[in-house]
Design a protein around this ligand. Structure first.
Ligand code: F6R
Length: 268
């Protein structure tokens, strides 16, 4: 696992975009897993800029999105289908047949889910999966629970997720309460994972996720710690609690090892 701490959201987006471009340029038919939400918005802007400057070509890139709300029209401004077209696909040369979005209005979601995983497998899996993290530790819409599902599935959104995402809807009662999401097996089979974490509000959850070096189904993102090619890209605000705790641990370890040299690390 690699942890990169960048100055701010802008730097995170620049680093993320350059890593994505580097990976795309390495391989002819590239499969990119995409997330929505606030966090990757500037990364998508950087990708569009790079495309316009001839630094990356999406002609042979295939995409699979992580999730979608249930029963939301695909042209609804809050659908992830709309988000992806508006914030990325409409501005790059990706072929429409290479875009894979989970259907928000299917009559048979179970079948949709099975077909989605099958299609990802037929494309030899995801080469690079971009992820954000919810304030409750969810990835995709894999919500904290006593068990986590591996395959693409329908899920009830957690109360914290409803609160986190209701800002996009007229009010919390008008937002979908369910979603369809890639499961953790599908996500974990990606060859490389890039988790983007920005802003102060994500500091508690990422610190919790990295605190004890353990997997906890209450923090679905902790599953990622098992991945052998995981990069966590944080800005300083998101990293603040994690860094403070890390310094305190180093301090404790130092004082245990050298009891005669009491040393205080600056944890400010
Ligand atoms: C979105 C997704 C979610 C978000 C997470 C963070 O496709 O799968 O897991 O990544 O809720 O959202 P933001 O970036 O809005 O804080």
């Amino acid at each position: 696992m690699e942890i990169i701490i960048a100055k701010n959201q802008e730097e995170v987006s620049k680093i993320a975009a350059s890593q994505i471009i580097k990976e795309i340029n390495k391989k002819k038919c590239f499969v990119l897993g995409l997330a929505t939400g606030d966090t990757p918005l500037d990364t998508y802007k950087e990708l569009i800029k790079a495309y316009k400057n001839g630094k990356v070509d999406f002609k042979d890139v295939k995409t699979f999105n992580l999730d979608e709300y249930l029963n939301i029209g695909k042209n609804d401004v809050n659908s992830y289908n709309y988000y992806m077209h508006h914030n990325l696909f409409d501005h790059i040369n990706i072929k429409s047949e290479n875009i894979h979005l989970l259907s928000s209005d299917s009559k048979d979601f179970r079948n949709t889910a099975i077909k989605y995983d099958k299609l990802i497998n037929e494309n030899n899996g995801i080469d690079l999966q971009i992820l954000g993290i919810g304030i409750n530790g969810h990835i995709g819409f894999n919500e904290p629970d006593n068990k986590l599902l591996l395959d693409t599935h329908i899920t009830d959104l957690a109360q914290k997720t409803l609160e986190q995402n209701s800002k996009f809807f007229p009010d919390i009662y008008k937002m979908p309460k369910q979603a369809i999401t890639m499961g953790l097996g599908t996500i974990m089979r990606a060859k490389k994972i890039l988790l983007l974490v920005t802003g102060e509000r994500k500091a508690p959850v990422i610190a919790k996720c990295l605190r004890n070096n353990e997997i906890n189904t209450d923090i679905p993102a902790s599953t990622l710690l098992l991945h052998n090619n995981l990069t966590i890209l944080l800005d300083e605000e998101a990293a603040s609690i994690y860094l403070k705790e890390k310094k305190m641990k180093e301090n404790e370890n130092f004082n245990k090892k050298y009891p005669n040299y009491k040393r205080e690390f600056n944890t400010a």
